[in-house]
Ligand binder design. Structure first.
Ligand code: SAH
Length: 211
């Protein structure tokens, strides 16, 4: 099947899976996922599946990227923090929908690879760094939106505190059993409101010194 047909099929799957926001669907349609996927998986770039990107990490499943992006309720004025740049695919989707993305990745080779692809695609509104994203990016806070693409071991207070008022944080958090839940946390005038979206499976968010 040719790439364009695969892509159309994938977009239909994402709609059926609950990604209904037209801007989010259009971003998913326009960002070339094959550019963020290693050569050996090119034929699977438009499968609705996570794929290995090296260093024991994965590019997230398109449906999860769609649902997380939609949950952020983005607009062109938003300043967004992304933790876990990985391949840079989610970064590119966010960059189409907000004003600026600040992104943090702890593994240098992944960071360098992601930045090279983003530059080649002429994505200009991204500022990134190598570091431990579990601490957020205090110098750049507050953020209108925060997205974490690795699973936090505990409720991420540090990140929630870097949200602007009315800000939204979307983050996978470990449950007491083996699973993880995707949480949507909204900062209100009085505190935080939390909603459990769905069970997910992400690689762990690793805190501490970077490699
Ligand atoms: N959004 C990425 C997902 C990559 S997987 C994509 O679709 O390609 C999660 C990423 O989080 C990995 O690249 C991993 O190295 C990174 N990561 C894990 N712990 C981190 C931390 N404390 N700070 C920053 N990045 C981290």
């Amino acid at each position: 099947m040719i790439a364009e047909t695969r892509k159309i099929r994938l977009i239909m799957e994402l709609r059926q899976g609950g990604v209904t926001d037209a801007d989010v669907l259009s971003a998913l349609e326009r960002v070339p996922r094959e550019r963020f996927v290693p050569d050996i998986f090119q034929d699977r770039a438009y499968d609705n599946a996570p794929l290995p990107i090296g260093e024991g990490q994965t590019i997230s499943q398109p449906l999860i990227v769609g649902l997380m992006t939609q949950a952020l309720e983005l607009n062109k004025r938003h300043k967004v923090l992304e933790i876990g740049t990985g391949s840079g695919y989610q970064t590119a989707i966010l960059a189409r929908l907000c004003r600026r993305v600040y992104t943090i990745e702890r593994i240098r080779p992944l960071y360098d690879g992601a930045m090279a692809v983003l530059q080649a695609l002429n994505v200009r509104n991204v500022t990134g760094k190598v570091g431990d994203g579990s601490k957020g990016w205090p110098e750049q806070a507050p953020f209108d939106r925060i997205i974490v693409t690795a699973a936090a071991p505990v409720y991420p207070d540090v990140l929630a505190d870097q949200l602007a008022e009315d800000g939204i944080l979307v983050v996978p958090v470990d449950r007491d059993d083996d699973g993880q839940d995707l949480l949507k946390i909204r900062r209100t005038a009085g505190g935080f409101k939390e909603e459990t979206m769905l069970p997910v499976r992400f690689v762990p968010l690793i805190s501490g010194r970077t490699d």
